[in-house]
Design a binder for this molecule. Structure first.
Ligand SMILES: NC(=O)C1=CN([C@@H]2O[C@H](COP(=O)(O)OP(=O)(O)OC[C@H]3O[C@@H](n4cnc5c(N)ncnc54)[C@H](OP(=O)(O)O)[C@@H]3O)[C@@H](O)[C@H]2O)C=CC1
Ligand SMILES: O=C(O)[C@@H]1CCC=N1
Length: 268
């Protein structure tokens, strides 16, 4: 168990903090949360987390630092903490989209080990798909990061140049699949269910579909073929969706998100 400081405890920073505590391996007391406005962190202090609005102080004792501010807030934060960083003792991780390991070292220290991590918000319930990449961290440091994120979902190590693609597919992907579930529930209401029931039914159906792929290591089309009875209602609905661009919309959306993810830091 290591001391962790999360700089920028907003949506993803807090989701990570909650997931680590839920995993049982990291007590709240080992995690320091920072943001400029501490009112948003008051409830976390009552749960045992350390909270601070002073990034420079908050990183001093940390063995692992997680940078989780917006891309346009990164430079100011790195300037603030530079004097408190010890590159020999600390491991620097960043979940910031579009900011490379090299970008971070250029602002801090050449010999600082930096690992980029791209989780998604389901990290709060230990269900994240987390992508990990580095261009200089040791095998031991990578293992430390992987071990942490393995407690809050599934991890995969990828090449750093695929990190913006990973952002689109997995981090933004949560929103894409949620919108699909919401749309399915809206269809459910049209065909007769109350909204609350329709949403629960759509969500559990989506979960079942995902688990068919994950638990059986199966391919979507193989599972689809089992649902589409000849001349049946599934193929009729599925083809209607495809005529309206269902797959195409998802593919185009992911490509657009990946492009924008790569531009976020430079758009400062
Ligand atoms: N949301 C998501 O699903 C994912 C987001 N990411 C990445 O994570 C990062 C954060 O995104 P998200 O959580 O959505 O954004 P949020 O705006 O919710 O969180 C950013 C947090 O940073 C805090 N902050 C801003 N400036 C400072 C500062 N100088 N010192 C300390 N804290 C600061 C803000 O609080 P305050 O204003 O009070 O300081 C805010 O709580 C982004 O870079 C994004 O690309 C990556 C994966 C998934
Ligand atoms: O929308 C965003 O820019 C961030 C990055 C991935 C998820 N949320």
């Amino acid at each position: 168990m290591k001391k962790i400081t999360i700089i920028g405890s907003g949506n993803i920073g807090l989701s990570l903090a909650k997931g680590l505590v839920k995993s049982g391996l990291y007590p709240a007391q080992s995690i320091t949360l920072t943001r400029r406005s501490l009112t948003g962190l008051a409830e976390y202090a009552t749960q045992g987390f350390q909270i601070s609005s002073d990034n420079a102080v908050a990183v001093k004792d940390a063995e692992i630092i997680v940078l989780a501010v917006l891309p346009q807030q990164v430079n100011k934060v790195l300037d603030e903490i530079k004097a408190s960083i010890n590159p020999q003792e600390q491991l620097f991780t960043s979940v910031v989209s579009g900011v490379t390991c090299k970008n971070i070292r250029e602002k801090l220290f050449d010999d600082l080990q930096v690992v980029r991590v791209m989780p998604n918000t389901s990290i709060a319930i230990q269900q994240s798909m987390t992508c990990i990449a580095t261009d200089n961290a040791s095998v031991e440091s990578l293992k430390i990061v992987k071990d942490i994120f393995d407690t809050v979902g599934m991890t995969i190590q990828i090449q750093e140049d695929l990190m913006t693609s990973a952002t689109a597919l997995c981090a933004c992907g949560i929103a894409f699949f949620l919108r699909s579930i919401r749309a399915a529930s809206q269809g459910g209401v049209e065909v007769g269910f109350h909204a609350k029931d329709a949403l629960m039914m759509a969500a559990q159906t989506a979960k079942g579909a995902a688990d068919l792929l994950l638990q059986l290591a199966s391919h979507p089309e193989h599972e689809i073929d089992k649902v589409t009875s000849p001349k049946g209602c599934t193929i009729a609905g599925l083809n209607e969706m495809e005529h309206n661009g269902f797959s195409s919309a998802m593919i185009k959306g992911i490509k657009t998100s990946a492009k924008i993810a790569g531009e976020l830091y430079t758009k400062e």
